[in-house]
Design a binder for this molecule. Structure first.
Ligand code: DOR
Ligand code: ZN
Length: 346
């Protein structure tokens, strides 16, 4: 196959940052995707509907004119120990906030204001269940005694599984799953739970972090796992199951904050997101399943209409730029300077 036309996809997990950094990365996403679920882990985090509305306006104002009428940012709130129930009601009524994100405190970038103990959120979770507002989870425990490669697996047993039992109707997205245990949990659960899968976790295993030396641009959270886990993710993404859908977790950090004694977690993939997924799906011999994963399952889960327009990908090698400008710094994209076999042409 050399040409592939699919319904325009959506990105159900995206970091856009703010200000000049946002203006640098937003066009990459807006040129490919119709909509994106925008993560709230700014500094300070987006904890109120008013903040989400203002952030949404800044995103809309930053859109290139040609894409301005087409791309829709879908906003989220950052859950804290102190999120008031009233904010959940307001969020639902706003029609603009589509979900609430749970970051366990300390789990990742800008998560210090995150939840210290999920029990503190009981009333809010009850309200979300009643309002049918989805909970998005960064599924990793943060206990320092738990091995960094086991944090997702342990989260399932300690937090996620009890959560699904306590709130049987709460819609949950297990974000950026990285292990076969997470895939299996979502697959077998009778709970209204789905999962996003990133392109980088489909393409890379943990060897990529140590290829001939330490590779900070392959460091993200949850961290890349063993090959058996990558294969489980690829299998889930290409299975046709509506429980799995596209979420890039594209997470831009400047070169200096990545190439650092304590480098930030995050991989930037927005410049070629749909192409990366195409490469992974082709590897699995499942290009015919790309459209449902990228363009249908997420919209159906969020109960939003499927997009009407299409995009076309062509099998045509090109070289990914070495870097992009990023608010006066450099941003190193995934596959910098390397060949990519697919390219979006329309
Ligand atoms: O690698 C990551 N980067 N994982 C996250 O959970 C957050 C993200 C970011 O915001 O940089
Ligand atoms: Zn993320």
């Amino acid at each position: 196959m050399t040409n592939l036309t699919i319904t325009r996809p959506d990105d159900w997990h995206l970091h856009l940052r703010d200000g000049e950094q946002m203006r640098a990365v937003l066009p990459h996403t807006a040129k490919q995707f119709a909509r994106a679920i925008v993560m709230p882990n700014l500094r300070p985090p987006i904890v109120s509907v008013d903040q989400a509305l203002a952030y949404r306006q800044r995103i809309l104002a930053a859109l290139p004119v040609a894409l301005g009428s087409r791309f829709k940012p879908l906003m989220t709130l950052y859950l804290t120990d102190n999120t008031p129930v009233a904010e959940i009601i307001r969020a639902k009524e706003s029609g603009v906030v589509h979900a609430v994100k749970l970051y366990p405190a300390g789990a990742t970038t800008n998560s210090d204001a995150g939840v210290t103990d999920i029990i503190k959120c009981n009333a809010v979770l009850e309200a979300m269940e009643a309002q049918d507002l989805p909970l998005l989870v960064h599924g990793e425990v943060t206990d320092s005694d738990v091995d960094v490669f086991d944090r997702e697996k342990v989260f399932i047993d300690r937090v996620l599984s009890p959560l699904t039992q306590r709130f049987p109707r709460l819609r949950i997205v297990f974000e950026h799953v990285t292990t076969h245990e997470a895939v299996q949990f979502v697959d077998e659960s009778s709970h209204p739970i789905a999962a996003t899968i990133t392109a980088h976790h489909l393409l890379l295993n943990r060897n990529a972090i140590f290829q001939g030396g330490i590779r900070p641009h392959h460091y993200c959270l949850p961290v890349l796992k063993r090959e058996i886990h990558r294969l489980a993710l690829l299998n889930a993404a290409t299975s046709g199951s509506p429980k799995f859908f596209l979420g890039t977790d594209s997470a831009p950090h400047s070169l200096s904050s990545k190439e650092n004694a304590c480098g930030c977690a995050g991989i930037f993939t927005a410049h070629a997101a749909i192409e990366f997924y195409a490469v992974a799906f082709e590897q699995a011999g499942a290009l015919d399943r790309l459209e449902s994963f990228a363009s249908f399952h997420g919209a159906d889960f969020y109960r939003l209409p499927r997009n009407q327009e299409t995009i076309t990908l062509q099998k045509k090698q090109w070289i990914v730029p070495q870097y992009f400008e990023f608010a006066g710094e450099r941003l190193i994209p995934l596959y910098a300077g390397e060949n990519l076999a697919w390219r979006m042409v329309l």
